[in-house]
Write a protein that binds this ligand. Structure first.
Ligand SMILES: *Cc1c(COP(=O)(O)O)cnc(C)c1O
Length: 376
């Protein structure tokens, strides 16, 4: 059996090596390392794929969030509603910009921000909602967009974990996550569903004026070179990454299907086990399984992690400390916030290996080991 990994980038690379190597060598030959032709080609292809009018490539998913938030002209102290049950980047950029993160609870089934909790957290200072499509499943965007429009709030979708996720709106229209809110952001970190061979990110919007502003902010606030109209930053997707991503985007749907097959296998193996809850699949979207995350009840979760590790089966806790309990946010008094579902999930979730290269022998081994522990 091939050794198990949370993500197997090597095996995936081997399958597209000829294409990738040629593209990378092409960039080296051209020496167009910054803003080479592949960058705009990839941005256009991603806009087409995602059904977004504009895609602005940038250096990573954290920058994408920061630039998105900078473009909204928020003032220090303005409140931004976000889940605590997420990767730190989502919440960190809010504080970095001197805005106030307001942490709300998640729906324990979808792991995503709970619309009812958003409504309760709105104050006259609230300016934006930042939902996270966690583990590859969309937050309830119909509800979030309804609340946002009723209260005149911006919506920035953190789509770092759900690129390619189809969302069926209440009116029947199908949209990709990241193209529903005011702005969507994503990451091309190597382990993401569309991962480069280094860092990368992108911002997307359907709003022309906002797109121009996002582009300027990512480029030192300039539209015309050396004329800086606003304070921005320097955040670029480099050409080598764009060349890799251009190829991998063509495989994204096939990668999503491979992930979904792994999830189906896991679902079947764990079905009806009284202590294991397999991932809920919301009817409004097609889960792209960035992670496959179980909820364990009445089982020593850390014990399972160690048991698996001893048998060379990796597993991960995403995330061991929710944002509102991080020291980073002490000054916001966030630890006092009562987020019962977030705390409950934090104690019980465990993610199993999930990638495009898992075969049946590996899946059989992983699921047998998990069940051995849970049945002992
Ligand atoms: C990965 C990730 C980010 C940050 O992306 P980087 O490219 O690592 O900066 C932001 N939000 C979420 C939910 C992520 O998973």
């Amino acid at each position: 059996m091939r050794p198990l990994q949370m993500v197997d980038l090597k095996q995936q690379y081997q399958k597209i090596k000829t294409e990738i190597d040629a593209a990378v060598l092409g960039v080296l030959e051209s020496t167009a390392f910054i803003n080479g032709p592949a960058v705009q080609r990839f941005a256009a292809a991603l806009a087409q794929y995602n059904g977004a009018k504009h895609v602005i490539p940038c250096a990573n998913g954290t920058d994408a969030l920061q630039i998105a938030m900078m473009a909204l002209d928020l003032q220090p102290g303005d409140e931004v509603i976000t889940p605590s049950f997420t990767y730190i980047a989502t919440t960190e950029v809010i504080a970095l910009l001197r805005l106030t993160p307001v942490f709300v609870d998640v729906d324990p089934k979808t792991f995503c921000i709970d619309p009812a909790a958003i409504e309760k957290a709105i104050t006259p200072k609230t300016k934006a909602i930042v939902p996270v499509h966690l583990y590859g499943q969309a937050a309830n965007m119909d509800e979030i967009m309804r609340i946002a429009s009723a209260h005149n709030l911006y919506v920035v979708e953190d789509n770092a974990q759900a690129i390619g996720c189809d969302y069926t709106m209440k009116n029947g229209g199908v949209r990709k996550t990241g193209s529903i809110g005011t702005i969507g952001t994503t990451s091309f970190f190597p382990s993401k569903n569309l991962g480069g061979y280094g860092d990368g990110g992108a911002i997307m919007t359907n709003d022309d004026a906002l797109a121009e502003k996002l582009r300027m902010i990512a480029n030192h606030g300039q539209k015309v070179r050396y004329y800086h109209e606003m304070v921005g930053c320097n955040s670029r997707l480099d050409t080598l990454q764009a060349a890799v991503l251009e190829i991998k985007l063509n495989h994204l749907d096939e990668y999503i299907n491979a992930r979904r097959s792994v999830a189906d296998y896991y679902d079947k193996a764990f079905a009806n086990h009284p202590a294991i809850t397999t991932p809920f699949r919301a009817g409004y979207c097609r889960h792209v399984f960035h992670q496959y995350t179980l909820i364990l009840e009445g089982i020593d979760r850390n014990g399972l992690h160690d048991y698996l590790a001893a048998r060379n089966v990796p597993s991960m806790i995403y995330y061991p400390v929710p944002a509102h309990r991080q020291r980073m946010f002490e000054a916001f008094g966030s630890a006092a916030t009562n987020l019962a579902n977030t705390d409950w999930l934090t104690e019980r979730v465990i993610s199993l290996p999930m990638h495009t290269e898992l075969d049946e022998e590996q899946l059989h081994f992983i699921t047998s080991q998990v069940l051995n522990y849970c049945n002992q």
